[in-house]
Write a new protein. Structure first.
Lengths: 350, 425, 54
């Protein structure tokens, strides 16, 4: 007889019957008995020779406010049960629940290597957090729970057997912010013209590439008095001492470097250069202050318009650089500058 | 009516022989004659000629340009105007072309060249996974590795190799003169049907420095304002590639001669739409105001063509994205609907956003795939064009893992022939 | 942030953006005489300092 498939199921406080909003601070626990969707699931999966061996619960607010701790505790409980499949109760349109189910599914797959599936309304903010696990699309309202659980189970079995290989559209799960290439049957030329003709005629059309969405960044508070502040100079234009001693990349930037400008009144031609591969370097090599305005910044310091010019400038390369690398480097640079008592920075981009 | 007649002589196999001739699908090439023609340029140093066929366990590296053999046989003007003959171009006449064959030029910059122009690798694998996504893996290729005799500036080096490729492309096609073609096609914009929508094509191309350039009838695109050009001129080689850009999204001369977007626009011309013309805009302008000026003027030319819609395409990545997006905005503001053909930069894992900037009007974008996806390139029996993968010690026939972007020639081409597409996963 | 493409900087979330001269020389212009260039560069710096206090 084939081995029984072990399933661990996750629910929030509401589906676990603990309470509503007032119990959203429920700490992570294991349930003694099958209830609600967990019970329904156990019926659905019986004929697949599968059993819900454990149910774990966490309040939506507790998860949202203590994510690292919640994940750690839940992962411990889940790991102890050695499941073959992990399912998290459908969140439908509930944002906090969706964030929790998606996050725990993602962690289970990433850290425990166990296939994990949940479900929610496609616009649920949780849908952006579920990779490398999966979320199936549902309606906004909590309805047809059994059907959704059945779909989740069928899908989870496919994931377990390595049969989910195609795109989100083909396999019917919510896109997870990952794009992969496939060789299409038709060329871009064959696809673009009919789409354009539809657009011209006022008929429906669907873009193949959605426009990028960017994180909102909170503006740091203004400098109270520049005359007392320490200002740093930073650039993504690959400004390096001549000869590029640390071998900063010309593209695919991964590293950033610090170089002293103590006592320097400007960047002298022949002593500094740019090695950026994204534009013709001649103008900056001729006068590197055209990339990072050290000369006028030093004058501003001497005239008292800046309290102090930080003794070190920072540089990296912003061509063909992964967004994630850029974010990491920006964070590292900011942490360094802050630890050195820098109040403000001028960043030049090319 | 301006009509270009294209006589087709398909090449099914290619071989070196005692003389250069074409017969029943076989193209025979005399090495000595090819070499002698290339050596008409005194700046040429070493020449190495080889042949590759689809399916060979062969790799071509350091590819500079790919050209389909074509020659003008009747009517005014010349093939590749401004390179081999007077820079006079006509949208009508008759040309012979040889689909199934291609001239591939390869070269290597000397190590102490201007470091800004990092020489980008560009390969053609004749078999294996990369062959599926490269158009020149399907052609019978005459591979010409050409090196300069003495040190040359990069722009001069580029021109030397470009011209050699065009010269041999014409020389090969010349042997078809007088023979009966297997097929004939005609290209004409024709009279507009007032009941059909008018569609134009906007090509945004390299034209910022002498190393990142495109040529129109032998004239550099650096700094030019957008211009109208008849698609029949492009088919006859009016647009010649000359840009040291990354492999998968740079335009090769072959991609202009066999422009999938132009072919698609001609296909149902007069049936589903009116193909009203082509505008070429150079991109990579260094100042923002210049980008705005260029794209605004391009939009005005497209409006002048009375286009209801325009397909916008570009070449390369980086700040040329702005010319593309601004052209989209300027066209939409003039009531011209746009569709953009765009390659994506989602990073090696596919998790980055496809491109960094856009305008809200860019609501119809067709994908030519994530350029930064990694691929395994298997070991091949032989490799031509260079001894090692560029800027590495790895022999060029050996296996390597790299992104499509700086490896596979024309794989994500925005000129429309790419079948690669990025999907949400 | 000093960049020749201020729109991009703004769209990705930068709050204090000053328009630079060109991609290949954000704080300079090889076409200008040296003295004019310094005046231009000082203007860009001053605009940046002003923004930092806002």
């Amino acid at each position: 007889m084939a081995d029984q498939i072990k399933v661990v199921f996750y629910m929030n406080q509401f589906f676990a019957g603990i309470g509503g909003e007032e119990k959203a601070d429920q700490i992570p626990i294991e349930l003694e008995e099958l209830k609600g969707p967990a019970l329904a699931l156990s019926q659905v999966i019986k004929e697949s020779n599968a059993e819900v061996v454990k149910t774990v619960v966490c309040g939506d607010s507790f998860f949202g406010e203590n994510e690292e701790q919640a994940k750690k505790e839940l992962l411990g409980m889940i790991k102890a049960a050695s499941p073959d499949i992990f399912l998290a109760s459908p969140a439908f349109g509930s944002g906090r629940n969706g964030v929790a189910t998606a996050s725990i599914c993602s962690a289970v797959t990433q850290e425990l290597g166990i296939p994990a599936v949940t479900a929610m309304y496609p616009d649920n903010p949780g849908s952006e957090l579920v990779y490398p696990a999966y979320a199936l699309p549902t309606s906004n309202r909590a309805e047809k729970m059994i059907n959704v659980l059945e779909d989740m189970w069928d899908f989870a079995l496919k994931v377990k057997d390595g049969e989910v290989r195609g795109s989100a559209a083909r396999e019917n799960y919510i896109p997870r912010g990952v794009r992969k290439n496939e060789v299409d049957e038709s060329t871009a030329a064959e696809r673009v013209l009919p789409l354009l003709l539809s657009k011209i005629k006022g008929e429906a059309y669907v873009t193949e590439v959605a426009l990028p969405k960017h994180d909102a960044v909170e503006a740091p508070k203004p400098v109270t008095n520049m005359k007392k502040a320490t200002l740093a100079l930073v650039t993504e234009g690959s400004l390096v001492p001549f000869g590029n001693p640390d071998k900063l990349e010309s593209w695919w930037g991964e590293h950033w470097y610090k170089y002293s400008i103590e006592g320097l009144d400007d960047f002298e031609k022949g002593k500094y250069e740019t090695i950026h591969a994204g534009f013709e370097n001649a103008n900056i090599d001729d006068d590197p202050d055209r990339l990072l305005p050290l000369d006028v910044a030093r004058i501003a310091e001497k005239e008292g318009r800046i309290g102090k010019l930080f003794d070190i400038y920072l540089t990296t390369t912003g061509m063909e650089t992964a967004t994630s690398s850029a974010k990491r480097m920006g964070r590292e640079m900011a942490e360094f500058l802050r630890s050195e008592g820098v109040d403000a920075a001028i960043v030049t981009g090319t | 009516m301006l009509e270009l007649v294209s006589n087709i002589y398909e090449v099914r196999s290619i071989a070196f022989g005692d003389s250069t001739f074409y017969k029943e699908g076989v193209l025979s090439i005399n090495r000595a004659e090819v070499e002698a023609l290339i050596r008409e340029d005194e700046n040429v140093g070493e020449i190495t000629l080889s042949l590759t066929k689809p399916g060979d366990s062969a790799r071509i590296v350091h590819v500079w340009d790919v050209i389909e053999p074509r020659t003008k046989v009747d009517g005014p003007g010349a093939i590749f105007p401004g390179w081999l003959d007077a820079p006079i171009s006509y949208a009508e006449g008759t040309m012979n072309r040889m689909p199934g064959a291609a001239v591939v030029t390869c070269t290597e910059y000397s190590p102490d060249s201007d470091a800004y122009t990092v020489q980008c690798e560009s390969i053609i694998d004749m078999s294996g996974p990369a062959a599926e996504i490269c158009p020149y893996s399907q052609t019978n290729n005459l591979v010409m590795e050409i090196l300069p005799r003495d040190k040359m500036s990069i722009p001069e080096h580029n021109k030397m190799v470009t011209k050699a490729g065009l010269k041999i492309a014409k020389y090969l096609a010349d042997v078809t003169i007088g023979q009966v073609p297997s097929k004939t096609e005609t290209y004409a914009l024709g009279k507009k049907d007032p009941n059909l929508p008018n569609v134009a094509l906007l090509l945004v191309v390299s034209g910022s420095t002498a190393a990142l350039d495109t040529y129109i009838n032998g004239f550099s695109c650096v700094g030019i304002m957008p211009t109208l050009i008849h698609p029949n001129e492009i088919l006859q080689g009016s647009l010649v590639a000359s840009t040291a850009l990354v492999a998968s999204i740079k335009n090769f001369t072959y991609d202009y001669q066999n422009n999938a977007l132009i072919n698609e626009l001609f296909k149902d011309n007069g049936v589903k739409h009116n193909f009203v013309g082509v505008v070429v805009e150079r991109g990579y302008a260094y100042e923002y105001d210049d980008k705005v000026r260029l794209s605004s003027h391009a939009a005005n030319l497209i409006r002048h063509l009375e286009a209801d819609g325009v397909i916008i395409t570009s070449e390369g990545g980086g700040n040329i994205l702005l010319e593309t997006m601004l052209a989209c905005r300027e066209c939409e503001e003039r009531g011209i609907k746009t569709a953009i053909v765009m390659s994506e930069f989602c990073g090696h894992q596919g998790t980055g956003s496809p491109f960094v900037d856009s305008v809200p009007e860019a609501d119809l974008i067709v994908s030519t795939g994530n350029t930064e996806e990694l691929m395994e390139f298997p070991e091949m029996e032989v490799a031509y064009g260079g001894k090692t993968w560029i800027a590495t010690d790895v022999p060029s026939n050996k296996a390597i893992k790299r992104s499509i972007y700086d490896t596979v020639a024309s794989a994500n081409s925005m000129l429309g022939h790419a079948k690669l597409k990025a999907y949400d996963y | 942030m000093i960049t020749a493409m201020p729109g991009i900087a703004e769209r990705i979330g930068c709050h204090r953006v000053v328009k630079g001269v060109a991609i290949n020389n954000p704080t300079g212009d090889a076409r200008l005489a040296r003295e004019e260039e310094l005046v231009q560069r000082k203007k860009i710096l001053d605009a940046s300092l002003e923004l930092l206090e806002k």
